[in-house]
Design a protein around this ligand. Structure first.
Ligand code: C2E
Ligand code: MG
Ligand code: MG
Ligand code: MG
Length: 286
């Protein structure tokens, strides 16, 4: 009997594993020409001041429109791009496109881009950033590089020198998904961060009475104040979450309560609408 149960499991389990592997192999292959075929694009999600509600900047989020499989999420293809050595080219494309977009927005708005561990292993990222900000005449201070904790653990000596070189260019650095990795707090002293992004998992559990998430969000707010880091709350979906993160000292927020990731046009409209209203208000009071 044990043997037939084993075989039953075998039949159910293996095909799905194989499908999964086949899909991954296919995506890895198809990704190779994705930039050339214009299948990649960026969406821009507003990052908003939790006090005034004004847009402070945008995070560039990568999307892949596969001709047959439709929209493939970054959670599915970024690690494939890392494993197959394609992340350098894709990452360079993202930074160039993000600077191109930022050049179309008011000067006071920042643009955040996500950078993977592999992009921090050598200095070629510095050339990419230098070229992109020069090509689009973007002030380097507007460019925020987002990295995650695991990036630092995997290769901290080279990552540290790349991050310092980015800081010398004038860029800013954000620690993304803060609280989910295994980095110790000493990383906050060793690396030149400007911002901490509280991972969305903490916000998701805030309504849950048995969870300590609200305390953790407050503790991260205190940490940010003590260490002079700007705290950004990710995944703000409800008014309750916004009230908590604002009170806890998160100056910036990002999430569906404010807006979803937007196309470049929609992002520009959002800013124009916001600024237009503000200008009108000034005009009337003058
Ligand atoms: P991330 O950098 O932490 O980005 C935030 C993710 O949360 C985005 O998912 C965004 O769409 C989503 N999000 C924003 N607000 C809310 C909300 O209120 N509720 C919920 N449930 N989700 C929200 P997305 O776009 O699927 O990206 C997933 C991850 O993929 C990113 O996480 C980032 O780690 C990675 N990624 C995206 N674009 C790039 C890229 O250009 N390069 C690299 N290396 N990684 C990227
Ligand atoms: Mg991010
Ligand atoms: Mg994040
Ligand atoms: Mg994330």
């Amino acid at each position: 009997r044990a043997k037939s149960e084993g075989r039953g499991q075998y039949r159910v389990f293996v095909p799905s594993m194989r499908d999964d592997l086949l899909r991954r192999q296919r995506l890895m292959n198809d990704l190779r020409g994705a930039i050339r075929r214009n299948e990649l694009f960026l969406l821009f999600q507003p990052i908003v001041c939790t006090v005034s509600g004004n847009t402070s900047g945008f995070e560039a989020l990568l999307r892949w429109h596969h001709p047959e499989l439709d929209l493939v999420p970054p959670s599915e293809f970024i690690d494939l791009a890392e494993k197959s050595g394609q992340i350098e080219a894709i990452g360079a494309w993202v930074i160039e496109q993000a600077c191109r977009a930022a050049a179309q927005w008011p000067e006071d708005l920042f643009i955040s881009v996500n950078v993977s561990a592999r992009q921090l292993t050598d200095m070629s990222l510095i050339a990419v950033v230098t070229d992109s900000i020069a090509a689009h005449a973007v002030n380097p201070r507007r460019l925020v590089i987002e990295i995650t904790e695991s990036t630092l653990i995997d290769n901290d000596t080279s990552a540290l020198s790349v991050l310092h070189a980015l800081k010398r260019l004038g860029c800013r650095i954000a620690l993304d998904d803060f609280g989910t990795g295994y980095a110790s707090l000493s990383y906050l002293r060793r690396f030149p961060f400007d911002k901490l992004k509280i991972d969305q998992s903490f916000l998701r559990q805030i309504g849950d009475k048995n969870s300590d998430s609200a305390k953790i969000v407050r503790a991260i707010g205190d940490l940010g104040r003590q260490m002079d880091l700007l705290v950004v709350a990710e995944g703000v979906e409800t008014q309750e979450q916004l009230d908590l993160v604002r009170e806890a000292g998160s100056v910036l927020g990002q999430g569906y309560l404010f807006d979803r990731p937007l196309t470049l046009d929609a992002a520009r409209h959002r800013v124009a609408r916001e600024r237009g209203l503000r200008q009108t208000a000034v005009f009337h009071s003058a």
